[in-house]
Design a protein around this ligand. Structure first.
Ligand SMILES: NC(=O)C1=CN([C@@H]2O[C@H](COP(=O)(O)OP(=O)(O)OC[C@H]3O[C@@H](n4cnc5c(N)ncnc54)[C@H](O)[C@@H]3O)[C@@H](O)[C@H]2O)C=CC1
Ligand SMILES: O=C(O)CCC(=O)C(=O)O
Length: 392
């Protein structure tokens, strides 16, 4: 039985997939993998037995990716699995930023007793809002979430301007042609009545929206942060609200500094909390994990290159190594020197790391035992795993 350690409430869809594929869940003993949502893994000890960590979700700033990469542990996420849920909360937040719905609900509840209808009709003037139609929405980060938010805002008759220097040929097509592409963040900040950020929390993106950027925003603009605490400098946002520069700040990340502020709406990190998003993300996570542990194929890794090839031989050896010259020739020479014929060899690199997947048919028990230890002796090899094709 292969043990998977889980953290957080993982949807039964994902857990059932794993149990029906022969895994045991939530056993802390020698786990082969970890499946989690927002648990802070930076504070956990990760067992030597772990070969993969899967984040059922998009953001992976809660995972010590650099440390795990050095140990040969593949880290996955589930891109797009919860994007629609975050899009819908962002659209709801846009409406909450335009119309004082939260205050109006409170007011309606306070009018109980006496002639309720008269009391609401006479006093409702304080709850007048504005319309989104005709206003400009600036979207920073046009990935899975941001592209959906931008496209949907067009349907609300907003003008939309987006900024994402990381777009490529595969991701750019998702964005409606009516969305203006800004060349700089400043362009977005200066032109938008509403600014929404949909970028990952990385070293570079820490306090991406701080005092300087807030000062470039249109007076009376609204700011939305459904991405992560730490991407917006909350203290700077609070100061901008207090100085009437920013009209409203809506964030999905609670912060002591923001509680009870009349111009702030806080939700408790519920962007991805829908039944559909939790099911989709957990199922994606479970499938990616099972695929890696049984075939060596890597899909949606955030620290190693993806290799996804049909498993048509009896065996495979997956070799995680540093991205340095001469690795492929050393690996193929190793197999040749040990009389093992390579049917296919796939290799890809990303950043400092590379992955080589070697497909084999004739592989004696003796050769397998030797490869398991000796391959790791090649300098710059981090970890090797052998895969058996049960269907061969
Ligand atoms: N509130 C919640 O429950 C959820 C929050 N999130 C957060 O939202 C973030 C985005 O999610 P996805 O769209 O699914 O990720 P994604 O990876 O599909 O898209 C992120 C985009 O941001 C762009 N980007 C990165 N740095 C940038 C910068 N400095 N300026 C402009 N663009 C930049 C990238 O090029 C990429 O296109 C996640 O990293 C996560 O932190 C995601 C899902 C749920
Ligand atoms: O509901 C969750 O697991 C958090 C979702 C999230 O923040 C993410 O996917 O990045």
């Amino acid at each position: 039985m292969t043990n998977i350690k889980t953290y957080n409430a993982i949807s039964a869809k994902g857990l059932n997939y794993l149990t029906t594929h022969g895994y045991e869940i939530d056993t802390t003993e020698e786990p082969k993998a970890i499946l989690l949502r927002s648990q802070n893994l930076h504070q956990e000890t990760i067992a030597d037995s772990v070969r993969a960590v899967v984040r059922a979700g998009a953001g992976f700033n809660n995972i010590p990716v650099d440390e795990l990469s050095k140990r040969g542990i593949v880290v996955f996420n589930t891109p797009g699995g919860n994007a629609n849920a975050v899009k819908e909360l962002t659209i709801a937040s846009l409406i909450l930023a335009a119309r004082p719905v939260v205050g109006a609900i409170g007011f309606a509840n306070e009018t109980r007793g006496g002639d309720v209808s008269l009391r609401t009709e006479v006093n409702k003037g304080g709850y007048r809002g504005t319309e989104l139609a005709g206003k400009t929405l600036g979207v920073i980060g046009l990935g899975n979430v941001g592209s959906k938010v931008a496209n949907t805002a067009l349907a609300l008759d907003m003008d939309v301007i987006g900024y994402d220097p990381g777009l490529n040929a595969n991701t750019a097509w998702r964005i409606d042609r009516h969305i203006a592409h800004a060349k700089s963040v400043d362009e977005v900040l200066q032109q938008s009545d509403y600014v929404t950020v949909h970028i990952p929390l990385t070293e570079k993106n820490k306090f991406f929206i701080a005092a300087d950027s807030l000062s470039k925003m249109k007076p009376g603009a609204a700011l939305l942060n459904m991405s992560r605490g730490g991407i917006v400098d909350d203290l700077a946002a609070k100061a901008a609200l207090d100085q009437d520069k920013l009209r409203v700040y809506i964030t999905d990340f609670a912060d002591e500094a923001l509680f009870d502020h009349p111009k702030v709406i806080i939700t408790p990190h519920i962007g991805g909390s829908t039944v559909e998003a939790e099911d989709t993300s957990a199922l994606m996570a479970a499938r990616q994990l099972d695929t890696y542990l049984t075939t060596g194929n890597i899909v949606n890794s955030v620290n190693y290159p993806d290799i996804n090839e049909p498993f048509v031989t009896k065996y495979r050896v997956g070799i995680i190594h540093e991205n340095v010259p001469n690795m492929i020739s050393q690996i193929s020479k190793f197999f040749g020197d040990n009389g093992i014929n390579i049917e296919q060899l796939s290799n890809r690199a990303v950043g400092a790391y590379a992955y080589t997947l070697v497909a084999i048919n004739d592989f004696t028990d003796e050769q397998q035992a030797y490869v398991k230890t000796a391959l790791d002796e090649i300098p710059h090899v981090i970890l090797t795993r052998r895969y058996l094709n049960e269907d061969y």
